[in-house]
Design a protein around this ligand. Structure first.
Ligand code: GLU
Length: 291
């Protein structure tokens, strides 16, 4: 059961109901519920956790066009592993799905959306790195990806990053794959777009020879399109974090606790298996980095 307090009164009422439910026959479910509700009630006053829990609302920045991680479905709601991780975080605040506002973030605007307060958290295939840590903070990682390459299935001359010399490579502005190509593969001609899905048409019509970003994003496109293929092994490390405001140490620490709990209680694995796990093998949860 997830509780959805819409204010302090509702919160107390739900806590009381949950405590009453302890004596119900559903003993397995009752224990975590009690822990959850007391956790909600005990958030330090003035903390982001308390503010969000009392409002019963959270705004999450995620991708809207990436299969397996964040892709808007026919109902207008995004689906994917990032989306499920955000739901786990919201759920631990006592916020159910109705209390989540999904906001599209693209690679280039994630830091700005956090610093401007347009979103409370970002869960969007968001690589933790030092440059970004200057602007925002990260909880996690909750997944370890790596940069890879997508080509047309009938392409015969690109098997890895060293084959990109002299080729046009579509990627996304403000992403780590873009930065890596520019810094380490100067003979590749980088063609930046705003989102990865925008790279597919140029790939099909020959405007570009390849698309490069994280292996799991490309795997999602390849799974949905028989004419596309992921090439070679990942050639960078892309640890995915939850982006939060840089100075909000308590919120970051609490999200780290929540992620670790999800690694332990099976909810992280369930989130994977119901989304990216339809295409990719189930990994071990990574170690959280409390930098
Ligand atoms: N994980 C990389 C990044 O955060 C690439 C994927 C993306 O652009 O979202 O830049």
């Amino acid at each position: 059961m997830r509780i959805r307090p819409t204010g302090l009164v509702a919160l107390l009422a739900v806590s009381a109901l949950t405590l009453t439910a302890c004596s119900s026959a559903d003993d397995d479910a009752a224990e975590p519920d009690v822990a959850d509700s007391s956790e909600v009630a005990e958030f330090p006053e003035g903390s982001t956790m308390a503010t969000l829990a009392e409002a019963g609302e959270i705004t999450v920045g995620t991708k809207f066009d990436q299969p397996l991680f964040g892709l808007v479905g026919p109902d207008g709601v995004p689906q994917g592993f990032d989306v499920e991780i955000a739901k786990i975080i919201a759920g631990a605040l006592g916020i159910d799905e109705d209390g989540i506002t999904w906001t599209e973030t693209v690679s280039a605007n994630r830091e700005t959306f956090i610093t401007s307060g347009q979103v409370d958290i970002v869960a969007a295939t968001y690589t933790i790195n030092d440059a970004r840590k200057e602007i925002v903070a990260f909880a996690g990682p909750y997944y370890l990806a790596g940069q890879s390459i997508l080509t047309l299935a009938d392409n015969t001359d690109i098997e890895g990053p060293d084959d990109l010399a002299g080729k046009k490579v579509c990627t996304v502005s403000g992403s780590t794959p873009e930065a890596n190509l520019l810094a380490n593969y100067p003979d590749a001609e980088v063609v930046p777009f705003g989102t990865y899905s925008e790279c597919l048409e140029p790939l099909r019509n020959g405007q570009v020879d390849a698309v490069s970003t994280d292996n799991v994003i490309l795997a999602g496109f390849a799974a949905d399109n028989d004419d596309l293929e992921v090439r070679g092994e990942p050639f960078t490390e892309e640890p995915y974090g939850i982006g939060v405001a840089k100075d909000d140490v308590a919120f970051r620490d609490w999200i780290n606790d929540t992620l670790e709990a999800s690694f332990e209680d099976g909810s992280w694995t369930a989130a994977w298996e119901s989304t990216a796990g339809s295409v990719l093998p189930t990994p071990e949860p990574p170690a959280v980095d409390r930098y």
